[in-house]
Design a protein around this ligand. Structure first.
Ligand SMILES: [Zn+2]
Length: 197
């Protein structure tokens, strides 16, 4: 039907989230017909990301410099840690503005269904960060979902022996949603109205 190269492109595109066979075919044929520079620019952008972007060794957010710009910023409040599931959540909170603390990215959520346990997340490095001292308050900003709630419970249990102030985002975000999809106003309110957890 089509050559081996096009078939390979379709196979690779299908690995992306939300891309099925038909969308993969549509994108592949678009790229086949697109100007050479356009296709090569996409390939170069993907290569650049894979070669130069890595997790920050402190907060596990994606970064091109280690530690990341946020962790390295002396003007931010290093005693306030906001714990989120994914790098996209950091992006969402940074877009809201106003939060001047640091982050810790768990790189996922506890999920019985998907077989993800606390040890699959960056929980241990988080506990190490807290044990090193200097952290006053830890804000649990996992998503308002079943898995996000389960993750928050795990974190609270793990943090309890360390005697640190733990808060959780206020219940203003729509249940089953994510930080990424919340409006800026809702997110700012949830952060402002955070409560002891
Ligand atoms: Zn960082």
């Amino acid at each position: 039907m089509y050559g081996e190269a096009v078939g390979r492109l379709i196979t690779e595109l299908k690995r992306l989230p939300g891309i099925g066979q038909r969308t993969a075919e549509r994108l592949a044929f678009h790229l086949v017909q697109a100007p050479r520079e356009e296709g090569l620019a996409l390939a170069a952008a993907i290569r650049d990301v894979k070669e130069n972007v890595r997790p920050c060794r402190r907060c596990f957010n994606v970064t091109e410099q280690d530690p990341c710009r946020i962790c390295a910023d002396p003007a931010r409040d290093h005693g306030l840690l906001c714990v989120v599931e994914r790098p996209q959540d950091v992006l969402a909170l940074e877009k809201v503005g106003g939060f001047r603390g640091l982050y810790h990215v768990l790189l996922g959520a506890v999920s019985l269904l998907e077989g993800v346990g606390p040890d699959d997340l960056t929980l241990r490095p988080l506990l190490d960060r807290v044990r090193q001292g200097g952290v006053r308050e830890l804000i649990l900003a996992t998503n308002p979902t079943f898995d996000g709630d389960a993750t928050a419970l795990h974190l609270r249990a793990a943090l309890e022996p360390l005697g640190i102030k733990v808060t959780r985002l206020a219940r203003g975000l729509p249940s089953g949603s994510s930080l990424e999809l919340a409006s800026k106003a809702n997110l700012a309110e949830a952060l402002e109205g955070r409560q002891a957890y």
